[in-house]
Design a protein around this ligand. Structure first.
Ligand code: HEM
Length: 429
């Protein structure tokens, strides 16, 4: 964050405690010798630190879970969990503990109360003690297998499963690895500091011990979308601006129409929630890097440097799909990614993905890198699935990408203070 950079140091959780603590000690200088100027500078530092510490916190509680329409951060730690619990009450206890710890961490506090019992492990693993909240958001989701797994209704929740939480059918052009797909529960932790995001998932996994185990996880660096008009458009690993035509939080009517589940869409416990689809998309970047600029642009349908639609100069110029060249060919090619992604207004989604690299693919001698695609929508059966079916069949990008992981989660609405995310699922019939 710019102010932190100006300060030359991070605003630690301990600093924040000191600054906001009852003693007010943070405002006084050490004994004697300080000139008026240094005193003033120190007071300014404290003021800056105070506003930075506040700026870096995103409220955990609210009508919707954070991490969907809140401005996208730079780093991701995503994890899917398999439940080992046998009773619904154990799942409830886990969700309650997760929300409590998540609320604390999003406020820049340790996951649990500091304990000084030297014969017990601490209630927080510690690696984020000196870091700011870094705009941490923690978003919880429920996979289809929470409701029914191998035909078994493990927790008596089968009748509460929303129709929209139907398994994603097999789609063209995918080569999915089971070990990087699915899961009963998920945690999406996003922050501007990768250590803060990692710390959140690590501590939540620790809290889950004996009830749930990590099935797979994915680290993401560098956002590949913008979710607010106040953000600039970032670039993906193909070097193109990504997120230009994304739904933005300020488009409240689009958010309402395409992202948030509404009363009457399905069971009421999902009202105000949304559905998350995650796809691990490997990019064959060595192949892509040998493709001419012209072909790269024709595959996407936009210019590489500006992000403008082909034939236009401005990034945000409207995508005119009817425009033809002098030779009668469509300006935005038939098989281009943006044309195929923009076929139906009803399929619009909010994208919130991240670039990833998992080191080398030793067999092929290539980098294992790509896009960890995440999108949110009101009903994946009507949005992601038809969209990806079309892309999987015809997208010019298919030569350079491969979907290797897939997961779907229903993210319930946010919790109010004292409550926990997913509480309504366990209430009533
Ligand atoms: C590695 C894979 C992918 C890459 C590199 C990629 C890249 C891009 C780029 C560069 C744009 C143009 C800028 C923008 O408007 O954001 C774009 C737009 C878009 N992409 Fe992708 N994308 C990928 C996968 C997907 C997938 C899997 C979906 C959905 C199933 C998708 C849906 C969309 C949509 C809806 C748009 C906006 C189209 C419009 O309204 O103009 N993309 N993508």
């Amino acid at each position: 964050m710019p102010n932190e950079k100006a300060l030359g140091k991070k605003v630690s959780r301990r600093d924040a405690l000191r600054i906001f603590g009852a003693s007010g000690a943070g405002f006084t200088l050490g004994a004697g010798g300080a000139t008026l100027a240094t005193r003033y500078a120190a007071a300014q530092d404290v003021e800056n630190a105070k506003s930075n510490a506040l700026d870096s916190r995103v409220p955990f509680f609210g009508r919707h879970q954070a991490g969907v329409s809140t401005p996208q951060q730079e780093h991701l730690q995503f994890a899917a969990f398999d439940l080992t619990a046998e009773k619904a009450s154990e799942v409830q206890d886990l969700l309650r503990s997760w929300s409590e710890a998540a609320a604390r961490m999003c406020a820049g506090e340790p996951a649990g109360e500091e304990n000084y019992e030297t014969f017990l492990p601490p209630d927080d693993t510690g690696e984020a003690f000196d870091l700011s909240a870094a705009r941490l958001t923690i978003t919880f989701g429920f996979g289809p297998s929470l409701f029914e797994k191998d035909g078994e209704d493990r927790f008596g929740l089968a009748k509460k499963r929303p129709a929209a939480l139907a398994e994603i059918p097999a789609l063209p052009g995918e080569s999915l690895d089971e070990a990087k797909s699915g899961g009963d529960l998920c945690i999406q932790a996003c922050a501007d500091d990768p250590q803060v995001a990692f710390h959140a998932v690590r501590n939540l996994a620790r809290i889950a011990r004996g009830v749930a185990v990590v099935r797979w996880s994915q680290l993401g660096f560098g956002r590949t979308a913008s979710t607010s008009k106040s953000q600039s458009t970032p670039r993906n690993l193909m070097g193109f601006k990504d997120g230009t035509n994304n739904i933005k939080a300020e488009d409240e009517d689009l958010m309402q129409r395409h992202v948030w589940a509404e009363t009457g869409d399905g069971p009421s416990w999902m009202d105000g929630g949304t559905y998350l689809v995650a796809r691990r998309i490997r990019m064959l970047i060595e192949v892509w890097d040998r493709v001419s600029l012209d072909d790269q642009e024709k595959s996407i349908g936009r210019h590489k440097y500006t992000g403008a639609p082909i034939g236009k100069k401005e990034e945000f110029a409207p995508l005119d799909l009817d425009r033809k060249d002098e030779d009668g060919e469509p300006r935005i090619p038939e098989m281009s990614h943006v044309r195929l992604s923009r076929q139906s207004e009803n399929e619009r989604i909010l994208r919130r993905g991240y670039s990833f690299t998992d080191g080398m693919d030793v067999e092929r001698g290539q980098l294992d890198a790509g896009l960890f695609f995440i999108c949110f929508q009101r009903d994946p059966r009507k949005q992601f699935v038809p969209l990806q079916r079309r892309l999987g069949q015809n997208d010019a990008l298919n030569e350079y990408i491969q979907h290797t992981g897939s997961a779907l989660f229903g993210c319930p609405p946010g919790a109010s203070k004292g409550g926990y995310v997913g509480e309504a699922l366990f209430e009533g019939d």
